[in-house]
Design a protein around this ligand. Structure first.
Ligand SMILES: [Fe+2]
Length: 454
């Protein structure tokens, strides 16, 4: 069992450590110097059965630290240690007066009091069986859920796990307990991409996500461009995971409809792609953001061409949502051809996944009966004018004008997302793209692309 002690005076650490060693030798005491360190430990090194907080912390507010830690770790006993004056002044009364599990140990510490309070806290923790939150679970019982999907909710009705080793998982979110988005941020900063759900709860999570997003899109209020785009990105994350693991369902189709049709208002309001890009959130430049950018750019090109009929918009819209939906590793979105020198750096499975993704995604698109021909566009998104693309090596004269528009939009976006945000990027990329694509059915869309980015 572990206990966490937050105190900025290292001499106190030794004193408390010795007390634990003499009276609670089975409890491992971890001492940290401030709130940030405490948050780090509670997120990754837990579970901690008991938290001890020094009431006289100089730089930080001990009550605030306590509340932050509890919001991440969930309910558990806290013991405040300090002189009476510090406890009275610096610890919010609600943290101990109304709580049965929190305690005060006044300085100078009397050993019997220390033993009694720590024992009580440990007993409470034992009843809650914190020890069990590190679980040995067979990998087959869990499924990975992209971390970013957890921003959709602030509590979920199932336990959520973090992978420690291939057989050990730690429960980091308990069913129906609130979690904070800063906690998810902390994992993202550690480059953690997935959290895990039990298999039977995985589908429910995705369906709850779809439901929630549909409610947002259906709410009749105008969301405004920025909110629309962030909800479209959230939707893509769910859509991709859903088609990879479940397939196509009525609710998924409804969500795709909502994402595609909500694009129109933003385009009509802001006219050019260049204007939309200014407030587009590009924090991750991942598959989800690229898909929504492709959605906007292809629709902007259609609009500039005067081709933005309902059917054309739906076709390119669905293609945008699905073209890279079968790629599990976001880094593969940076690869544009089978000859790309970076491709061999991926695992064998990922290379195969990349080679097959256009046709696999096309199979998904084919299941959307209200979107005829979107599957061809998806299948052709890596074809190139001279017939040196994949999978079918189709050259310009075999590609429809809609396919050409989509290929162009998607290539432009991939290059844009890989270019960073340097000045003049749009025009430079346009010049690069024009050299390759200025032929056949690409010619008109290229002119339209130019009009929407300058
Ligand atoms: Fe692709």
């Amino acid at each position: 069992m572990k206990a966490l002690y937050v105190c900025d005076d290292k001499e106190e650490w030794n004193f408390i450590r010795n007390l634990f060693a003499s009276h609670f030798p089975k409890v491992e005491l971890v001492c940290v110097i401030d709130g940030a360190d405490a948050m780090e430990y509670i997120s990754y090194e837990g579970p901690f059965a008991v938290i001890l907080i020094e009431a006289a912390l100089k730089e930080e507010n001990p009550s605030k630290i306590t509340k932050n830690l509890l919001s991440v770790a969930g309910e558990r006993p806290v013991i405040f240690i300090g002189e009476k004056v510090h406890v009275n002044d610096r610890i919010d009364a609600d943290l101990y007066e109304t709580s049965e599990m929190n305690h005060i140990i006044l300085k100078p510490i009397e050993i019997p009091t220390f033993k009694e309070k720590v024992k009580k806290a440990i007993e409470w923790a034992k009843n809650e069986e914190f020890e069990k939150s590190i679980e040995e679970i067979e990998k087959e019982e869990l499924l990975p859920m992209k971390l970013r999907n957890f921003y959709l909710f602030d509590s979920v009705p199932y336990d959520v796990f973090l992978e420690l080793t291939s057989t050990k998982y730690i429960k980091i979110i308990s069913a129906n307990k609130r979690y904070v988005h800063s906690e998810i941020n902390a994992y993202a900063k550690k480059n953690i991409k997935y959290l895990y759900l039990r298999k039977n709860e995985y589908l429910k999570f995705l369906e709850d996500g779809i439901e929630k997003l549909l409610t947002i899109f259906d709410s009749n209020q105008r969301l405004g461009a920025k909110k629309t785009i962030s909800n479209q990105i959230r939707s893509i994350l769910i859509i991709h995971q859903y088609v990879q693991t479940v397939g196509v369902s009525d609710s998924l189709t409804k969500l795709c409809d909502a994402v595609i049709s909500s694009t129109r208002d933003v385009i009509l309001e802001h006219k050019k792609f260049k204007n939309i890009l200014q407030f587009f959130p590009t924090a991750h430049a991942d598959l989800a953001e690229q898909a929504i950018m492709t959605l906007y750019l292809s629709e902007s090109i259609l609009t500039a061409l005067g081709w933005a009929s309902e059917t054309s918009r739906k076709k390119l819209g669905l293609a945008s949502l699905l073209y890279d939906s079968m790629l599990k590793n976001d880094d593969l979105s940076k690869i544009t051809s089978l000859e790309d020198p970076s491709l061999p750096m991926f695992t064998e499975t990922e290379q195969i996944e990349f080679r097959d993704h256009p046709l696999k995604a096309a199979e998904i698109a084919r299941q959307f009966s209200a979107y005829p021909d979107a599957d061809f566009i998806v299948a052709q998104h890596h074809e190139r004018p001279k017939g040196d693309g994949f999978p079918s090596k189709l050259s310009t004269n075999r590609l429809t004008a809609h396919s050409c528009t989509f290929i162009l939009a998607n290539n432009f976006i991939t290059k844009l997302c890989n270019s960073g945000k340097e000045q003049g990027a749009l025009l430079n990329i346009f010049r690069e793209v024009k050299i390759v694509y200025n032929q056949g059915n690409f010619k008109e869309p290229i002119l339209a692309l130019q009009r929407t980015i300058i």
